[in-house]
Design a binder for this molecule. Structure first.
Ligand SMILES: Cc1cc2nc3c(=O)[nH]c(=O)nc-3n(C[C@H](O)[C@H](O)[C@H](O)COP(=O)(O)O)c2cc1C
Length: 200
C-alpha cells in the first residue's frame, strides 16, 4: 500500500473481528518496522508489551472502562518507555557508528539529559508517539486496522502489567481486522488554524 493511502485511510477502529489473527511473521515484521522509528540521540526508549493472556486482556478491558477492543482485537500492545534509557549503557545506541562519532555522541547525550527530569520524560513520551504512528501506518499497510488508546486508569494498568520503576505508559494500541468501520471523521481543523509561517 502506498504511504499516502495508509495515512489517508487509517482510522481509529473500535470494533474487531474476534476470529482474526496476525501471523507471527506479520507481527514481528510490524515490530521490526516500528523499531526503525526515529528517536533523539537514537535512544529508542520504547518497550513494547504484547498482551496475549486472555485473562489479562479481560482485566485490562476493565481498567479501560470496558472498551471492548482491548479484548477483541487480534493484538494488544501496551506501548511503554524507559524514562532512564538515556543513562542505561548509552554506548549501545551508537554501537555501530564509527568510534570517533561514538566518543562524541555518548557524552553529548548524557550531558543533554542529566539533571532534566521533565526533558527525560518528554523524550520518552515523544519516542512513544513516533513509534505509535509508525506501528499504526505499517499495520495499515499490512491490511490491519488499529486504535490508539489512553482511555484507561494508568495506575491500574501499571499494576496489572508489573510496570517497572522508571517506565511510563505511552498508550495502548489495538491491532486487528475491523468488524465495523470507523464513524465519519470527527471534524478536521482548517489548515489556516494550524499552519504558521516563521513566527506565531
Ligand atoms: C493517544 C490517543 C489516545 C486515544 N485514546 C482513545 C481511547 O481510549 N478510546 C477511543 O475510543 N479512541 C481513542 N483515541 C482515538 C481518537 O479519538 C481518534 O484518533 C481521533 O478521534 C481521530 O480519529 P481517527 O484516528 O479515526 O482519524 C485515541 C487516539 C490517540 C492518538
Amino acid at each position: 500500500m502506498d504511504l499516502f493511502t495508509a495515512v489517508e485511510t487509517r482510522r481509529s477502529v473500535k470494533h474487531y473481528d474476534t476470529t482474526a489473527q496476525m501471523s507471527a511473521s506479520e507481527f514481528y515484521h510490524l515490530i521490526q518496522a516500528t523499531m526503525l522509528s526515529p528517536t533523539s540521540y537514537n535512544i529508542q526508549h520504547w518497550r513494547f508489551l504484547r498482551v496475549t493472556d486472555p485473562t489479562l486482556r479481560s482485566e485490562l478491558k476493565g481498567a479501560a472502562w470496558g472498551q471492548q477492543q482491548v479484548e477483541d482485537a487480534s493484538e494488544l500492545i501496551i506501548l511503554c518507555a524507559d524514562i532512564n534509557a538515556w543513562r542505561d549503557r548509552p554506548e549501545r545506541y551508537w554501537a555501530d557508528a564509527p568510534k570517533e562519532a561514538r566518543e562524541v555522541l555518548v557524552p553529548m547525550l548524557t550531558n543533554f539529559y542529566a539533571g532534566k527530569p521533565q526533558l527525560q520524560r518528554d523524550e520518552a513520551m515523544r519516542s512513544c508517539g513516533l513509534a505509535a504512528q509508525t506501528m499504526m501506518l505499517a499495520a495499515k499497510a499490512q491490511g490491519y486496522d488499529t486504535g490508539a488508546m489512553v482511555g484507561f486508569d494508568p495506575q491500574n494498568v501499571a499494576e496489572l502489567i508489573n510496570l517497572p520503576d522508571g517506565y511510563l505508559i505511552g498508550m495502548m494500541i489495538v491491532i486487528g481486522k475491523a468488524s465495523k468501520t470507523a464513524n465519519g471523521r470527527g471534524g478536521q481543523l482548517s489548515m489556516d488554524e494550524v499552519l504558521f509561517e516563521n513566527r506565531f
